[in-house]
Ligand binder design. Structure first.
Ligand SMILES: CC(=O)SCCNC(=O)CCNC(=O)[C@H](O)C(C)(C)COP(=O)(O)OP(=O)(O)OC[C@H]1O[C@@H](n2cnc3c(N)ncnc32)[C@H](O)[C@@H]1OP(=O)(O)O
Ligand SMILES: CC(C)C(=O)C(=O)O
Ligand SMILES: [Mg+2]
Length: 552
């Protein structure tokens, strides 16, 4: 029998921090970002990146604005060692960018790591060892003193070997790996022991990176852990407090945001949340969450599609179509009520107003994405989406009742096919249903005489059943006169219920479009649409198309 969860799993104990401050804090500036795409992201790939791929990725990270980039684990492989050498020897590291490398707390590995950085102007040397009880007991078979000793000895080796390359400005970063499941007092004890050896100062700080190596709890608990460390670490003003959330529970973004509220200065993560298991925290999401709150994150994602393609090609992993901000479908509305609200939002938006479009927390244009994909029509869509696409595609601004009438035509097709209908297909349906209605009466020409301001005469030349017809009528305007002419011919009253017109295009290409809602006899109202360079002809064509639709 499958075990009950309460018999199999342990609940994570809440942190005792009754005077926690973070819930009242607001993030008002971005943290220092550190991309670990080339290290934590890379170590989690099925096929790790080649030297060339890493260099391509590095250049892209620099272009995005990252100032700290972890480029690998140089003591682990020749590839990673060579990446560091190429970056240094080929002068690929801009002056305001610092590379970071990771090592275990083992002398041979530290020695080789330091060697890989020969000639670097500035470098962050990142050493880790796990501190949590399960690692102490299961992996290292040692006690707290043993684990603390590994961190202390490792730090001494880092001090010793980096001192041999004084031309480099060294920044030391220490991570108590599995911090999220380490007793807080013990995490502090290890970190304080490390800083006592390294001796950071406010002018030359060191970095303590507190990883949720495995995400163990709700994000508020991680925030409590970070606030506790922020308040209790020795020598806090000489420390850059960094966080490194993984996404095992799917709440890494929330954990990172609450951790920043709790006192973290710096966040490590990967683009689109790549990384071990369920990934590292997604830096794109974090940065754009800030952007949408009116805070510039200091990272440039203004061409998000290009960045997504680069990351997909370097990692060989797809970005989910619903990934926040970056997924192919995240700015797309298929459903009717969403489309209606978005259409109204665009109409209400002015150049000066703050962004306020329902369902779109961020302007797709800020990420280099077009509005074309914002509204897409399938069987879940309504009149708002259909008319929005028709307007975008061909400039028609349908009156409300025509929107309702036409969307039923589109709905019929989408129900039959169970497929999306794109803008050009919608235009084609509109053209067939409203503009190319040439039977039984085909328009040939019309002449309007409005010399007399009160009585306008319309002469309309038509084709009907292979015969040429010329009809004439008088009314208070061209449309009224044409309606009179056609009423006489058909022997039925033609009533114009509603009339709209607008122009499409400009200059010599400008077209007038008329929408006429009419009734033939006692029948139901229907719409006719006419398009012509001449507004009177457009109105007469609209009337005739409407009558044709009734007669068909
Ligand atoms: C949470 C993280 O992401 S941590 C980073 C993880 N990333 C990687 O491991 C990628 C690169 N690593 C590697 O390629 C390899 O681990 C290497 C080449 C660095 C080392 O390989 P190996 O020498 O075979 O050692 P391995 O990684 O298996 O580690 C096991 C040994 O190192 C010790 N060890 C592991 N981590 C650490 C550490 N951080 N500090 C000190 N010792 C450590 C273990 O206790 C074990 O010791 P034992 O052999 O005496 O039992
Ligand atoms: C090396 C450390 C920081 C790490 O990647 C982790 O704990 O997740
Ligand atoms: Mg990690």
């Amino acid at each position: 029998m499958i075990a009950q969860p309460q018999d199999k799993y342990r609940r994570f104990k809440p942190i005792e921090l009754s005077d926690r401050q973070w819930p009242n804090k607001v993030i008002s500036q971005p943290p220092v970002w550190m991309s670990t795409d080339l290290r934590d992201g890379n170590q989690a790939l099925i096929d790790p990146m080649s030297v060339e791929t890493k260099l391509r990725f590095f250049k892209a990270l620099v272009a995005m604005g990252f100032k700290e980039i972890e480029v690998g684990f140089p003591s682990a492989s020749e590839t990673d060692f060579n990446v560091v050498r190429r970056l240094i020897e080929e002068n690929l590291i801009p002056d305001d960018v610092t590379i970071e490398v990771l090592t275990q707390a083992r002398e041979d590995l530290i020695e080789r790591t330091v060697k890989s950085l020969k000639g670097a102007r500035r470098a962050i040397l990142h050493m880790y060892n796990p501190t949590a009880p399960d690692f102490r007991e299961i992996v290292y078979r040692t006690d707290k003193a043993g684990v603390r000793g590994i961190a202390e000895q490792g730090t001494r080796w880092v001090k010793q070997y980096t001192a041999q390359q004084p031309e480099t400005e060294w920044v030391y970063q220490y991570s108590p790996e599995a911090f999220s499941s380490t007793e807080l007092e013990f995490a502090k004890e290890v970190c304080d022991a490390v800083s006592a050896i390294w001796q950071p100062t406010p002018a030359q700080k060191m970095i303590f990176n507190l990883p949720a190596t495995v995400e163990m709890s709700t994000p508020n608990t991680y925030a409590d852990q970070i606030e506790w460390m922020h308040r209790n670490l020795n020598n806090r003003d000489a420390i850059v407090l960094s966080v490194h959330p993984h996404n095992d529970r799917g709440t890494a973004v929330a954990a990172a945001e609450l951790a920043v509220m709790a006192g973290a200065d710096r966040v490590e993560g990967c683009l689109f949340g790549n990384g071990e298991r369920t990934g590292n925290v997604c830096l794109v999401t974090l940065a754009l969450n800030l952007y949408s709150q009116g805070i510039h994150p200091g990272l440039d994602f203004s061409n998000i599609d290009q960045i997504r393609q680069l990351v997909e090609s370097c990692t060989n992993l797809p970005v989910h179509p619903r990934h926040p901000y970056a997924g192919e479908l995240v700015f797309t509305a298929f459903s009717g009520s969403h489309q209606d609200a978005i259409k109204k939002g665009f109409a209400a938006q002015t150049a000066k107003s703050l962004w306020n479009i329902p369902y779109l927390p961020l302007d797709p244009a800020d990420l280099g994405r077009s509005y074309d994909a914002v509204v897409r029509v399938n069987s879940q869509s309504g009149k708002g989406g259909v008319s929005f696409l028709l307007q975008q595609q061909a400039g028609f601004e349908l009156p409300r009742r025509l929107q309702i009438e036409f969307s039923k035509i589109v709905q019929l097709v989408s129900d039959e096919t169970s497929k999306e209908i794109n803008a050009s297909a919608i235009y084609q349906l509109f053209d067939e249903a409203y503009l190319q209605v040439n039977q039984p009466y085909t328009f040939r020409s019309s002449k309007v005489n409005d010399d007399n301001e009160e009585r306008v005469t319309a002469d309309i030349s038509l084709q009907h059943n292979g015969h040429q017809l010329t009809l004439s009528g008088q009314g208070n305007g061209p449309l009224d006169a044409a309606a009179v002419a056609l009423s006489h011919h058909l022997g039925e009253a033609i009533t114009v219920v509603d009339y709209h017109e607008h122009g499409i295009g400009s200059g010599s290409d400008a077209m007038a479009v008329c929408y006429v809602e009419l009734k033939v006899g006692q029948g139901n109202p229907v719409f006719g649409v006419g398009q012509d360079k001449n507004i009177s002809r457009a109105a007469i064509k609209a009337l005739l198309n409407g009558i044709n639709r009734v007669l068909q």
